[in-house]
Structures are given as C-alpha cells and as structure tokens.
Design a protein around this ligand. Structure first.
Ligand SMILES: Cc1cc2nc3c(=O)[nH]c(=O)nc-3n(C[C@H](O)[C@H](O)[C@H](O)COP(=O)(O)OP(=O)(O)OC[C@H]3O[C@@H](n4cnc5c(N)ncnc54)[C@H](O)[C@@H]3O)c2cc1C
Length: 532
C-alpha cells in the first residue's frame, strides 16, 4: 500500500464529505468495513437541521440545541455548527443531494421533536439514503480518492506520540497491512450495536472510539447513549426506525386500551425531546407489563402519509401493517452515541495526527442529549472544519514518504469458532440493555462492569487464535465501548439528558464532561468550556 496523505476511516456522511473536501490537498483513501454505503447515514430518515428561512433564526436553533443538551453543550461549538448550517446544506446541494421542495420550488422543511420551528431539510423520508448515495457516487467518480470497501481498520498506528496511519485487515485475503498517512480521520460512526435493541446498522460497533481510546486519545461523555423512542416492534425482523417526523406530523402514542400518556410526563407531549419520550414509554411498558406501545398517524389523510413517509409506509406494508389505517407497535432502542473521541472546533483529537468527525466524535454540540437531525449537520460542518484546518496546516506536515517502513504484519492465524464470539457478543448486548439502558441504578451498573471485565478476559484468551477474524476485532471494540459507557455512567452521579440514574435523579449544579483516557485509572470530570 502506497502512503496516503489522508486516511479516512469510514464512508458515511462524515467520511465522504471530508474526502470530497480534501482532494485539493493530497491523495485520499477512504476505508469502509462493508460495502461503501453500509452506514447509519444510509438509514437516516428525518433529515438535516439548518436555518434556511427568515421565519426561523440562528438564535432559535441554538436555543433548541442547548435545551436538548441539558446544560452540557459547549456553547461556542453550538454557535459554530448552527451558523454553518446553511453552508452545509449548500455543499450537499452542490454535490447533488435532491432535497424535497414544495410546489413553489422552495425547500420543504419539516419539524421534529425539540425544534421550535420547521427547519429539517429532507428527501421525503429517506434523506440519509439520498446523502449517502450522492456523496458515494462523487467519491467513486473521483480519480484522486481510493475507496477501500471491505477494508477493516483494526487499530491506529502511533509512533513517537503521533498517529501515523492504521492497521487494516482485508478479510477477503486475511491479510493485515499497515497503511501510513500524514493524517488519519476517524469517521467510523456510533456504537448502538453495544445494545440488544438498537436502531443502528450492523457496522455501528464503536470501532473508531475504541481504537482512539486504545491509542491514547481522550474519549468523552460515553454515558450519553440516546434511545430512540420509536422503533418498530416486530420480533425477528431487521430493526426499523419510525422517524420523529411522524410525531411532528401529528402521530400520537398510546397504550393498547387507546389512552394517551405523554402529556403526563411533559407538557410538550409528542413533541418533547426524545429522552423524555423514551423514558415515558419505558415506564409505561414496565408499569403495564407491555412488550410495546402503539403509534398512530391513521387520523391523517392517507395521501399525505404516503407522500411524506413512503419508506415507512412500504416497510410496514411488507410486514402486514398499514400505517394509514391502524396504529403500529413500537419500542425504544439505542440510537445515537452522543459521546465519542474528544475533538476541538477544527476536528482535531488530543492525539496529534488524528482527527475525528461525525458520530464517532464528541465535539460538544450535543451535550447530554442530541437534538433530532443535528447529527447529519454535525457530520458536514465538522468535515468542513477539518478540511479548512488541514488546508491551513498542510505546509507544516511531514511528507508521507518520510515515514519509517511499516513493521511486519501480525500472524493471520484464525481458529476461533464463530459461535464462541457470537455468544460473547450476545452477553455484552444483554448486559448493556439490562443494566446500562434507558433507566440506570448504581448496583446494576457495578455488576455490569464486573461482567464486562470477565468478557474482556475471555476475549483476551481468544486473541491469539482470532487475529485474522473481523468478528473478533469488532467484538473487542464492542466490549471496550461497553466498558467506556458503563464506567462513564458509574462516574456520573446525577441524572442529565439521556443519562438517567434512579439513585441520583437530580441534575447536579455544575455541568461536567466525563473524560476517559487509557492511561488514567478512572474517568475524570471537566467543566464545559464557557462561550468566549
Ligand atoms: C435509523 C437511523 C435514523 C437516523 N435519522 C437521522 C436523521 O434523520 N437526521 C440526523 O441528523 N441523524 C439521523 N441519524 C443519525 C445519523 O444518521 C448518524 O449520526 C450519521 O449518519 C453518522 O454518520 P457518520 O458518517 O458519522 O457514520 P456512519 O454513517 O455510521 O458511517 C460509519 C462508517 O464507518 C465505517 N467503519 C466503521 N468501523 C470501521 C472500521 N473498523 N474499519 C473501516 N470502516 C469502518 C462503516 O463501514 C461506515 O462506512 C439516524 C440514525 C439511524 C441509525
């Protein structure tokens, strides 16, 4: 493998937007552990928040983001991201993303929970697919971008305290290679697969967060896993998310006896932030011993439902459910990893040579809870910030050719039976769902930590025989990420945003980030930076 200027790990919105921006400044490689399009981005339905009309304002979008973030957003970052929303939208449009327009030709903006205005740009109810497919096409066409599909990054390569590339497994050949680069950008997405119930695609195993942690970068706020209130309850089928835009367009949640309940938890009812809605559903399910509650939009005109939600309508019909005529069963599921690799406003991590963007990063935008549709916005704005920073510093970076030759690759033996790995994976997911889920308590959190340590030890025993197996490395990352979430949850002795601990139900007076670094014996807490 020839040395690259920029090695981008991940081909979702964050990785692809970074790649397209960097081509002016050097050779770019984008790695993707499955097919290029397999990502959370492909699955995003609702859209991307951006202030596009005079009827809306930057101040209102900032305030909504701060409200959702429960005092833990970094105000400077929120301002920067929100102010760049229209520019992010323009970049996507310039790349060819076909956002839905109204009959006058203006962008059709929808509204989601926690937003005080209609400000969600969307492509019907398949916005992520439109973004992913458009950007991926641009990347595939670009002569200066190498797209390595089914290339699995195992670990970052660090020498003299600088990130100099990554170790990459090519599963088809079983080869493990060292890929040197002037700069590495992690865009590996989130970690929803740590949980038994998740809205996330199979690739969301926290790889980048675990890799960065092992390499010595700081990781923050992992306890803030956002649970989406409404995924379709249909045992045995692939997880399927029911966008909050449904509630934005009037869908109501109710119990099997037809009674509504959200108004008892929050005056905003169906439009309350998603952590409040998820906890309310969780409480009602536990109280009534239910497997699910019901979501009903059937009182709206069928033509409107079919026009706005064609993907949801089609998927439900496949499963024998008609959203235009009947309520559908829903459960909450792990949805968005608010924490991640600590980065500054330029996307730089605390490890020199390493940047991070998108769901793998913790910029400070989301605080303790993400506002709906702010994550695609963050992917595109952080990508632009990284491109600007690398452009500015390009002259001062070492040339890739000056790196020492890579050390010999590790052995590729692999003899571990996959059912052993599968069992360990199921144990991690069940433990996390039971003890580190929507509602937490001190004793189960401590118990989960012990169980995860035990699983970590079992994994160590398998390391020698499993080095050539992608499933092993993913499982190692799942276990590491599960530990980061659990340790951070133990350290936070309050309830805030999407971290809710019944033993500490109050919010503390001071807002502190939880930071972890592999050389520290325990997480540290740091005040959020004030707005300059
Ligand atoms: C069902 C669903 C609906 C959503 N709806 C919305 C929405 O409406 N609006 C919104 O703003 N957000 C939404 N989100 C969240 C949003 O989609 C994600 O936060 C965002 O797309 C993340 O983009 P990303 O580029 O960071 O990561 P992803 O799009 O997840 O891409 C990650 C990439 O990293 C690659 N990768 C991971 N590990 C490795 C490795 N070890 N080696 C090589 N490659 C690797 C993967 O193959 C993939 O290409 C939704 C999420 C889901 C799951």
């Amino acid at each position: 493998m020839k040395a690259m200027d920029f090695l981008i790990i991940g081909s979702g919105a964050a990785g692809l937007a970074t790649a397209l921006g960097l081509t002016h400044f050097g050779r770019v490689a984008v790695l993707s552990k499955d097919q290029g399009q397999d990502s959370a981005t492909l699955w995003a339905q609702g859209g991307m928040a951006a202030v596009m009309k005079d009827t809306d304002s930057i101040a209102a979008h900032i305030q909504d983001t701060l409200n959702a973030g429960a005092g833990l957003c970094h105000p400077q970052v929120v301002r920067q991201v929100v102010e760049h929303g229209a520019a992010a939208a323009r970049s996507l449009i310039a790349w060819g993303v076909p956002f839905t327009r109204d009959e006058r030709g203006d962008f059709h903006l929808t509204r989601e929970g926690g937003h005080s205005a209609r400000r969600i740009l969307h492509t019907a109810d398949a916005t992520g697919r439109a973004i992913e497919e458009t950007l991926l096409q641009r990347v595939r066409e670009h002569p200066d971008i190498f797209l390595g599909e089914r290339h699995f990054a195992i670990d970052l390569w660090v020498e003299d305290g600088i990130c100099r590339g990554a170790t990459v497994l090519i599963p088809e050949s079983g080869q493990i290679e060292r890929w040197p680069a002037r700069t590495v950008i992690l865009a590996t997405g989130g970690a929803g697969q740590v949980y038994l119930h998740t809205s996330n695609p199979p690739v969301a195993t926290g790889d980048g967060i675990a890799m960065a942690y092992r390499a010595g970068a700081e990781v923050a706020n992992m306890e803030f896993m956002q649970f989406h209130p409404t995924t379709l309850y249909h045992p045995g089928s692939t997880p399927f998310l029911l966008s909050e835009a449904l509630r934005g367009e009037g869908a109501k949640l109710h119990l099997p006896d037809g009674s509504t309940f959200l108004e008892r938890y929050d005056p905003r009812a169906e439009l309350a932030p998603r952590d409040i809605v998820a906890r309310a559903i969780d409480a009602e399910m536990k109280h009534h011993g239910l497997d699910y509650v019901l979501l009903d939009i059937s009182h709206q005109p069928a033509a409107m439902i079919k026009a706005h939600f064609p993907t949801i309508d089609a998927r439900c019909l496949e499963l024998g459910l008609d959203i235009t005529r009947e309520p559908i069963p829903v459960v909450p599921a792990a949805h968005y990893t608010c924490g991640g690799v600590v980065v500054d406003s330029h996307g730089r991590s605390t490890l020199p040579g390493l940047y991070a963007a998108g769901e793998a990063a913790c910029t400070g935008l989301h605080g303790a809870n993400r506002l709906a549709s702010n994550s695609l916005l963050e992917c595109i704005t952080t990508a632009a910030a990284i491109v600007a920073d690398l452009h500015a510093s390009a002259a001062h970076r070492p040339q890739p050719g000056s790196f020492p030759p890579p050390p010999p690759p590790p052995s590729r033996a692999s003899a571990t039976p996959s059912d052993a790995l599968h069992r360990l994976r199921s144990r991690i997911q069940a433990t996390m769902w039971r003890a580190v889920g929507i509602v937490r308590q001190d004793a189960p959190l401590q118990e989960a930590r012990k169980q995860l340590e035990g699983i970590g030890a079992e994994l160590q025993d398998l390391a020698e025989t499993s080095h050539g197996l992608r499933a092993f490395h993913e499982l190692r990352n799942l276990q590491q990420t599960a530990m980061l979430i659990t340790q951070s949850a133990i350290a936070r002795r309050e309830s805030r945003g999407c971290h809710y601990n019944e033993d500490h139900p109050q919010r503390a007076s001071q807002a502190l980030d939880t930071i972890m670094q592999c050389d520290w014996p325990a997480p540290r807490q740091r005040p959020i930076p004030p707005e300059a």
